[in-house]
Design a protein around this ligand. Structure first.
Ligand SMILES: NC(=O)c1ccc[n+]([C@@H]2O[C@H](COP(=O)([O-])OP(=O)(O)OC[C@H]3O[C@@H](n4cnc5c(N)ncnc54)[C@H](OP(=O)(O)O)[C@@H]3O)[C@@H](O)[C@H]2O)c1
Length: 343
């Protein structure tokens, strides 16, 4: 039996994870946590709010599935990495923000870090076949693919929440509309696979069938394909290195389309790349400013194009010096948040 602790159990990933765990007799849900929604009875240990690492200490899991949204997922990510407990990571924000600190914790702990993000799960599976030379991440392009900046001035949160291929929580759905999600994923891929930024490419692929592609030095490229359904990468992360059945239908091949992303219109993608390349706490600041801006957009207090403008402004104002420990990282996150004006 694999003892699973599920954090963010009430969210989009969390609910699908419960479905996956219920379908697999070898997976046992020993602990579940939410932020404010009730979850009594879901697992022997449950918690709403409070210290997630205290729950993990009590639960003694084999696998932590971190499906919390945002920087709030940092502590359980670090807890699992330090202890060598397998981390099934949906919470990309913690890896983006903590970067080198997270990798150092993983090296000390010696456990597995298995991505749940579909693109990174794809790349992780391809990269098991050899040392990656370069990576390709696919992006659906979100609901505003093909629009110009002028056509984005007045879009509402409701329009931005209508994602064409994935059904997800509100924060990542807005991130998909701005391409911040792909920006976070470029940084996530850099830390997961140790590939430099200039060898991580993003292509727009509207139907989200190809999730990722790894190029190897002998000229071979291996891609991962499947219908867009998060139960597949969740199941893979929870049963790794095995594979378990899921109810997802077998893939039928169809014509696949790829385009260059429009980085002039969707500024969050080049801004992420720049923050990643400059390094230090700039990825943390990018993430922090984006979280605050997305919240303000969801509340109707700022416009869609204000999100990249605010993030760009914060990145220009923080010093970005590296965090030597978690306290300094939390401080960098706090400072970046404070630099976003209250709308
Ligand atoms: N959804 C997807 O398909 C998808 C795909 C790839 C990656 N991801 C990543 O997976 C993570 C979760 O995404 P999601 O779409 O599942 O989000 P979501 O639907 O908004 O769910 C978020 C979960 O986190 C909990 N939570 C919120 N704030 C918290 C806090 N401060 N402390 C502890 N828990 C907190 C929520 O609890 P309450 O319900 O009680 O508020 C909820 O259980 C994100 O990092 C996202 O980028 C998601």
């Amino acid at each position: 039996m694999t003892r699973v602790a599920l954090l963010g159990a009430t969210g989009s990933i969390g609910r699908q994870a419960v479905e996956v765990i219920d379908a697999h007799p070898e997976l046992e849900l020993v602990a579940a946590a939410s932020h404010s929604m009730p979850i009594d009875g879901l697992a022997p240990l449950t918690q709403t709010g409070g210290d997630l690492t205290a729950l993990l200490e009590r639960a003694e899991p084999d696998v932590v599935l971190n499906a919390v949204v945002g920087f709030a997922g940092l502590a359980p990510t670090m807890w699992a990495l330090e202890r060598g407990v397998t981390l099934a990571l949906a919470n990309k924000e913690s890896l983006v923000a903590a970067g080198e600190l997270a990798l150092a914790a993983r090296a000390r702990g010696g456990g597995s870090l298995v991505p749940v993000d579909s693109e990174h799960s794809a790349l992780f599976q391809c990269a098991r076949l050899g040392e990656p030379e370069s990576l390709v991440l696919t992006a659906s392009g979100g609901p505003f693919r093909g629009r110009t900046r002028d056509e984005l001035h007045d879009v509402t949160a409701e329009e931005a929440l209508a994602h064409p291929t994935w059904s997800m929580g509100p924060k990542i759905t807005i991130d998909s509309a701005t391409l911040a999600n792909k920006g976070l994923e470029v940084i996530e891929a850099h830390f997961l696979f140790g590939v430099p930024y200039d060898r991580i490419e993003v292509v727009v692929h509207p139907t989200s069938i190809v999730h990722g592609l790894v190029r190897f030095r002998d000229g071979a490229s291996i891609a991962h394909l499947g219908y867009p359904d998060m139960r597949v990468p969740i199941s893979y992360a929870l049963t790794f290195p095995e594979r378990a059945p899921t109810p997802v239908p077998p893939l039928r091949l169809e014509t696949l389309e790829f385009h260059e992303p429009d980085e002039e219109t969707f500024r969050m993608l080049p801004l992420a790349r720049e923050a990643g390349e400059r390094g230090g706490t700039l990825p943390c600041a990018y993430n922090a400013a984006n979280e605050v801006a997305v919240q303000q957009f969801l509340e109707g207090r700022i416009g869609f194009l204000d999100i990249p403008a605010l993030v760009e402004d914060v990145l220009a104002r923080v010093d970005g010096s590296p965090a030597r420990d978690l306290d300094e990282l939390v401080e960098a996150d706090r400072r970046a948040r404070e630099l976003v004006p209250v709308a």
